[in-house]
Write a protein that binds this ligand. Structure first.
Ligand code: PMT
Length: 405
């Protein structure tokens, strides 16, 4: 998502300035283009050489230097930026911007730019609570500047309280948020993720290798694009995705079914990435099964197919399934696409390297009832989610134009 995006990173003079180096590294890793602007005070904390080396671009510091023969530095940067991030943002820079002062390259760049500005403050707790500072910050928020709140804890100055620079992953998430198109605004999407666990006895269960990464990536990207997201997940070790996502945790296929059906009526799109168990022990033992000398046979019964049930009463909904296959990928996926009355199915050959269960990446084919097929390359699960949600946007437009709205 940040690949190729043009980011101006403003670094001001706070002890957290060293964290700007890590942010530059993370942005460059995602192939963003980063131009760093440092205030004179920032140079007391971290050298321009560090940020220049990491960003691969000269660091801009002086408003009176031309970036090239013809461009005036702050105007060139202001026009180039798709987004300005100030990290760390001191009370001083926030005060200057709030009062329209522009006496260094960063404040002039901010004033001259139409790009969204994300501010990541870091300071002593008493400075954070100071009335003048809070008024300045509020002025910026009222004008549409974006804030990534500092955290609480022990501060570099040994005070305890609010003022610690936000976690860089949170900063990245906010940047992705601000740069994402909001083409799913007003759409409520239900996503399922992860495995289910079907108990054999109080300490054992039947499950599969699903980590939840595919479903969580879908939920995250859908939220960034403006959707209202309900994420129903089987047991995973993933942290709750940041932001406003309604997360419901379940264990068994039956619990997932109940959760899905109790939220279905509010959702216009359903994406079932979960690996739901097809079978469960007919009876779970109330106590731990004891080892015996003879063999043990477990009797299994079918679980209900949630996706097929939704398909039979789908109404106006867009319904998307996944098919995890180890053989006959297209034929098996096509059978599920038709049998479950889906708008599309994501055919997932889980034997491919880097694809399927637990990996960070996936390689899938998208199949339509018309027979059309899209063959996606190996991508991160977030990139797969972007492509899949592009299809959702296309299907929603198609449905709306058919309805004549
Ligand atoms: O979680 P990860 O580690 O990131 O791995 C991702 C994934 C491999 C789990 C995911 O990409 C994937 O392929 N999910 C579907 C797995 C699956 O169970 O496929 P299936 O072919 O058995 O089921 C077909 C569809 O019916 C699925 O959408 C499934 O959610 C749904 N189903 C299946 C059984 C059942 N009882 N109820 C269902 O709703």
């Amino acid at each position: 998502m940040l690949k190729g995006r043009r980011i101006v990173l403003g670094v001001t003079g706070g002890i957290a300035a060293y964290k700007a180096a890590e942010l530059v590294r993370l942005l460059v890793k995602q192939e963003a283009q980063v131009r760093v602007v440092m205030t004179p005070n920032a140079q007391e904390f971290i050298t321009p050489l560090t940020l220049q080396t990491l960003s691969g671009n000269p660091v801009a510091m002086n408003p009176f230097h031309l970036l090239d023969q013809t461009n005036i530095g702050h105007i060139a940067l202001a026009d180039w930026a798709e987004m300005i991030v100030i990290l760390p943002a001191t009370a001083n820079i926030i005060g200057k911007i709030a009062h329209g002062l522009a006496d260094d390259l960063l404040s002039t760049t901010v004033m001259a730019s139409k790009a969204p500005v994300l501010i990541a403050p870091s300071m002593n707790v008493n400075m954070w609570e100071n009335e003048a500072f809070q008024k300045n910050l509020q002025t910026l928020l009222d004008r549409g500047y974006h804030l990534v709140e500092p955290g609480e804890g022990e501060l570099a100055c040994h005070w305890y309280g609010k003022g610690r620079l936000a976690d860089l992953n949170e900063v990245l998430e906010r940047m992705e948020d601000l740069l994402s198109p909001k083409d799913l605004k007003g759409v409520s999407i239900l996503v399922t993720a992860g495995p289910t666990q079907e108990p054999i006895d109080p300490v054992r269960f039947i499950t599969n290798h699903s980590s939840g990464k595919m479903g969580y990536a879908l939920a995250k990207v859908a939220r960034r694009r403006g959707a209202e997201v309900t994420l129903i997940t089987g047991p995973t070790s993933l942290p709750k995705p940041r932001g406003d996502i309604h997360l419901i945790s379940v264990k068994t296929a039956e619990e997932m079914r109940e959760a899905v059906f109790s939220h279905l009526k509010d959702c216009s799109v359903v994406i079932k990435a979960a690996a739901v168990s097809d079978y469960r022990p007919k009876e779970a033992s109330r106590s731990k099964l004891k080892k015996a000398s003879s063999e043990l046979t477990l009797e299994l019964e079918r679980t209900r197919d949630i996706l097929a049930e939704i398909g039979s009463e789908k109404g106006e909904r867009i319904l998307i399934g996944f098919a995890a296959e180890t053989e006959d990928l297209l034929a098996n996926a096509k059978k599920k696409l038709e049998g479950k009355q889906l708008d599309l199915i994501v055919a997932n050959d889980v034997t491919l390297p880097g694809a399927g269960f637990a990996s960070e990446t996936n390689q899938v084919k998208i199949l339509y009832p018309s027979g059309e097929m899209k063959d996606l390359p190996l991508m991160t699960k977030e990139e797969v989610s972007q492509s899949l949600l592009d299809e959702v946007v296309r299907l929603l437009k198609q449905k709306n134009s058919q309805k004549g709205t």
